[in-house]
Design a protein around this ligand. Structure first.
Ligand code: HAM
Length: 410
């Protein structure tokens, strides 16, 4: 006898049953609508990339989480862990032809060999919105505004989430003022990004390993208490413009936002639920040097990645488990095999008229048909019995109001 294999998806990977697709579609629809509303053009690429493009310096988590393998021609291949390096590559390839700034968006499936915790899978879909070739802070405002718009389209408000905003440049200036040399900042960012995930004593040790003196370590922790962004004109302008655009209530300054990826150069931000129950909903920032790092021309860039996992958990918790269900379409059923042809003809007619029709495949008792139509989420239902077919008319029932309307079968 054949050995029984596990019916479960590989660890960390998800199956999407129809009820899961309702949620996924709700989230993806909001992503697409918000991207389109803000004028972002869709793009895509293959989930497989060259390992060389994705690999990172030691110490960066994402670099260590890459799924990679050699193909039969010994090419070193990887599954993308994020879209940003691919976007940089695609832009670099067409740098001469594109007219900047460009605004691009995609929903990309990404793979990371993560330690499995709440909100973290080994595969997720990540909505990306990026503006390439714009130095102005309005790029940050447009990108963050699009993400807030997506959350609102999903049914959340600024009472449910806040985008925590900071600037690596600002933090760098504060560190420099304390005498910490710029060549140590990357190491400091890496250590500070771990705050909240490990004890401060370990972070202090990391900072000392990065070449900071005890006094500098102390100064660094002092800087992390900064509560005002008034000394950073860029952030002042960002908050001001967000006010005009109508989403300043979704933002708050948080010097503690660093971001784990080393390519960020300026404004950085991360969105959290206000109750602090879940992991980051989305994150991003300015990354002005990535294009040159991969060999392209110097080009400024801002963008974000917004995963489907955390936001779906948040939506289920705040809106209820049934919130993704919506009544739609018409169920068509028939009582005896003799009415089957008429049911097929009616379904075809309604479909030609643009309706979504779920045609019963078998004859059924009316009670069973209507209860099935109800649980199947039909908005309307038509049931054909011998009399209806003889008269050439039937009744279409509204499943919500229970009202009936006569329709012609011909
Ligand atoms: P990231 O912070 O690594 O940034 O990921 C962005 C978002 O993707 C997270 O906030 C989270 O929603 C989701 N995410 C990441 N890893 C997982 C996982 N293992 N399971 C579930 N969800 C996950 C980036 O990836 C940057 N490339 C974003 C970006 C675009 N920056 C500029 N442009």
């Amino acid at each position: 006898m054949a050995e029984k294999i596990s019916f479960e998806a590989p660890r960390g990977m998800r199956d999407f049953y129809p009820e899961d697709m309702l949620w996924r579609n709700k989230v993806f629809d909001a992503f697409r609508a918000a991207g389109e509303a803000a004028g972002f053009e869709p793009y895509d690429s293959c989930v497989v990339e060259s390992y060389e493009l994705l690999a990172r310096k030691a110490g960066e988590e994402v670099g260590e989480q890459i799924y990679h393998f050699f193909d039969k021609s010994e090419r070193h291949i990887a599954l993308r862990a994020e879209m940003t390096p691919t976007l940089a590559r695609m832009v670099a390839q067409r740098q001469k032809e594109l007219s900047f700034p460009i605004k691009w968006t995609t929903i990309a499936q990404c793979f990371r060999y993560e330690r499995m915790t709440k909100g973290r899978k080994r595969e997720h879909y990540q909505w990306n919105v990026d503006i390439i070739g714009e130095d102005s802070i309005l790029a940050e405002v447009e990108v963050i505004g699009a993400a807030c718009d997506a959350l609102r389209r999903m049914g959340l408000t600024s009472a449910d989430f806040k985008v925590h905003v900071s600037s690596r440049k600002f933090l760098g200036e504060l560190l420099a003022k304390s005498g910490i040399a710029a060549d140590k900042h990357a190491q400091v960012f890496l250590a500070l990004d771990k705050r909240g995930k490990m004890p401060d004593s370990e972070i202090a040790a990391m900072l000392r390993d990065g070449g900071l003196s005890d006094a500098e370590v102390e100064a660094t922790f002092g800087i992390m208490e900064t509560k005002s962004y008034e000394a950073c004109p860029e952030l002042v302008e960002l908050f001001r413009l967000a006010g005009i655009a109508g989403f300043a209530d979704c933002l708050e300054f948080d010097i503690g936002v660093i971001r784990g990826l080393s390519y960020y150069t300026g404004v950085v931000f991360e969105c959290f639920d206000t109750k602090g129950e879940f992991r980051a909903i989305f994150g991003g920032g300015r990354y002005d040097n990535l294009l040159t790092t991969i060999g392209g021309e110097p080009t400024s860039a801002v963008g974000l990645g917004f995963g489907d996992v955390v936001v779906t958990e948040l939506l289920k918790s705040r809106l209820g488990a049934d919130a993704a269900k919506a009544k739609k379409g018409i169920a068509v059923g028939f009582m005896f095999p003799e009415q089957r042809d008429a049911a097929v003809a009616l379904a075809a007619k309604l479909r030609r008229e643009g309706e979504s029709v779920n045609l019963s495949l078998r004859s059924q008792k009316p009670k069973k048909f209507f209860s099935h139509a109800d649980s199947g989420g039909a908005a309307k239902a038509v049931f054909l019995g011998p009399d209806d077919v003889e008269k050439g008319v039937a009744r279409m029932k509204d499943m919500e109001t229970r009202e009936e309307k006569e329709i012609s079968l011909t």
